[in-house]
Design a protein around this ligand. Structure first.
Ligand code: ADP
Ligand code: MG
Ligand code: MG
Length: 208
């Protein structure tokens, strides 16, 4: 059941996978950016974990706290972008105590749209959008096919993972990596990879 406990567990799992992958994410960012993406997100999610022990009444309340924390702690490009994503997802799901399949798709769409509104990236600009948009499309398709909320999350996570992989040949047109021009090709975008990790954590936690 995708309830408040799930949202809390999702954030703990996110913090754990980001901590585990901190060096790998920063290595990706070192290749096409300034090498801080893993540290940035790890700092943010450690701060999130420190705020998970109070009582939350809905998944949206959890996500709102996450948004505020990431915006104030993470900095760089990813902080405001992920902050906006979680804030939009919270607003779009408002008082829902349990997320059904459709709510998952609504939340992912709102998150993606928030990142686009803030960062103006288009598909194939080699940013986190290249993970988010396939995730949204896979979630919508899964909902159309009548799948349940857990399957919708798994479909989204798998599509985000593939989308992150598919950033490898792309030339960056947004963010720091765009300063490299053609030399940004041949490396995976760190933000797309962290998006895949976060959505993977959402799906894994749903199964537990
Ligand atoms: P910074 O580049 O400020 O050091 P991070 O390293 O934490 O910030 O995050 C870099 C990631 O942010 C990139 O890998 C990319 O996915 C994402 N990003 C950068 N600019 C944009 C944008 N305009 N739209 C969407 N995502 C972006
Ligand atoms: Mg960076
Ligand atoms: Mg930086």
């Amino acid at each position: 059941m995708l309830d408040t406990n799930w949202a809390v567990a999702w954030m703990r799992a996110s913090a754990a996978i980001i901590a585990e992958q901190r060096m790998a994410l920063s290595e990706l960012d070192r290749l096409i950016g300034d090498g801080d993406h893993g540290e940035n997100l790890d700092r943010g999610f450690q701060a999130v974990v420190a705020k998970l022990d109070v009582v939350y009444n809905t998944p949206a309340e959890v996500l709102k706290m996450v948004a505020m924390t990431l915006m104030s702690v993470v900095g760089g490009a990813a902080g405001p972008l992920y902050g906006t994503a979680f804030l939009r997802a919270a607003s779009a799901t408002s008082t829902a105590a349990n997320w059904d399949a459709e709510t998952v798709a609504v939340a992912l769409t709102a998150a993606r749209d928030g990142i686009v509104a803030r960062g103006k990236a288009e598909l194939r600009d080699k940013t986190m959008i290249d993970a988010w948009t396939p995730a949204v499309e896979a979630a919508d398709e899964a909902v159309q096919n009548g799948l349940g909320e857990m399957e919708v999350l798994f479909a989204a996570a798998a599509a985000a993972q593939q989308g992150a992989k598919d950033t490898e040949p792309l030339v960056a047109r947004k963010g720091r990596a765009s300063y490299l021009g053609e030399r940004s090709a041949g490396h995976r975008d760190p933000g797309a990879q962290s998006t895949a990790l976060l959505l993977g954590a959402a799906a894994q936690t749903a199964r537990e």
